[in-house]
Design a protein around this ligand. Structure first.
Ligand code: MRU
Length: 347
């Protein structure tokens, strides 16, 4: 499996996802500012991977603070956390990771600056290591809903590249495949950033899992022809009531799934579940540069000067979701109750 993000000595190394599948190159981040820029500019993307990158970036930041005075250290570390929090607005995991790292400082009031730096680095290592284990648990629980012989449609990339490894939605696919089920994946290309065609198709091909690429507007037709048995997507943020923010176009897929009676599942770690947000209406939706719509792979595909709109995520209402597959099992309706119980269990 492709390593999305790793430590190399005391630096953070990420595979450059903007260049895939044409070029396998790596970006080395030596400062938290470089990690923030990598998240903002999509070198690394996908909610869990963003969380892991943030944790590692904060460990880098802590390490670089020169002062041995604890209150100065705390103030500088808080500033770096605030800057990290501005990298991207939608994925819950970013804020979860920042909070987890800040908690290390709060939980160790007697620690010296040097001790804090070590504890923060240790926490970042745990976040990195745990993410893969969490995804394998998601796969274990989720593969039960994958029928043998199924064609599974997915949107965007919720795979190894969107996490520290194995993937969430693609973790479910991988676990079903490893269990010996004869399945294949339909990957929506996922305009405008093409995470489906560039990343999902590539990573499944690397693992020899059968994958067929379609453009986003083909999904409804294929569902109506009975060619899709299951849909599994990832999530950027899950509200307390089970509404799910995920890559733009997910909502359309969910509506088409209901119309065509295809089960629609979301796979996400509990760090993506944000109980402080009551419903999907309260989830901030990132708006990206319209140039991502008017251009593709660096070339204009629309008339010069045309106006374009580029919301990066949409919200799928809980009523369209059959289940939310987490590392603790599958949350079912009413989500307000099941998600709260799972979050409390994991705390
Ligand atoms: O803009 P991106 O590529 O960061 O969006 C990613 C998605 O929407 C994924 O589906 C989601 O983060 C889940 S990744 C396991």
């Amino acid at each position: 499996m492709i390593p999305t993000i790793a430590w190399q000595d005391d630096y953070v190394v990420m595979i450059d996802q903007r260049k895939l599948p044409f070029k396998e190159s790596y970006v080395v981040c030596k400062t938290p500012a470089q990690v923030i820029s990598a998240i903002r500019n999509m070198v690394i993307r996908g909610a869990p991977a963003i969380g892991v990158a943030a944790a590692m970036g904060l460990a880098l930041g802590a390490h670089r603070i020169k002062s041995q005075n604890r209150s100065v250290f705390e103030r500088r570390f808080r500033q770096i956390c605030e800057q990290m929090g501005c990298a991207r607005p939608t994925a819950s995991n970013l804020f979860w990771a920042i909070e987890s790292m800040q908690q290390v400082v709060t939980d160790n009031p007697q620690a010296s600056v040097e001790e804090l730096k070590q504890l923060i680095r240790k926490k970042a290592d745990e976040v990195l290591a745990e993410d893969q284990a969490i995804n394998q648990a998601i796969g274990h629980h989720g593969q039960v809903v994958v029928p043998d012989g199924a064609t599974v449609l997915t949107h965007c990339n919720a795979g190894a590249l969107a996490t520290a490894g194995y993937g969430t939605a693609l973790g479910v696919v991988r676990a079903a495949w490893e269990a010996g089920k004869n399945i294949q994946v339909l990957a929506d290309e996922t305009r405008p950033f093409l995470q489906g065609s560039r990343l999902t198709a590539w990573e499944l091909q690397q693992d020899n899992i059968p994958v067929t690429l379609i453009t986003d507007n083909m999904a409804g037709y294929l569902m109506s022809q009975g060619r899709v048995q299951l849909i599994v997507v990832g999530a950027d943020r899950v509200a307390a009531n089970g509404d799910v923010a995920n890559k733009i176009g997910t909502y359309s897929v969910a509506v088409l799934a209901k119309e065509n009676k295809v089960p629609f599942y979301v796979a996400a770690p509990l760090s993506t579940v944000d109980l402080s947000v009551a419903t999907g209406k309260d989830i901030p939706i990132e708006e990206r540069d319209p140039k991502e719509v008017t251009h593709s792979m660096g070339r204009a595909i629309a008339p010069h000067g045309v106006s374009a709109w580029n919301p990066a995520f949409d919200v799928t209402p809980n009523r369209l979701i059959h289940g939310i597959i987490t590392e603790k099992g599958i949350a079912r309706k009413p989500y307000k109750k099941s998600l709260k119980a799972m979050k409390t269990q994991s705390a």
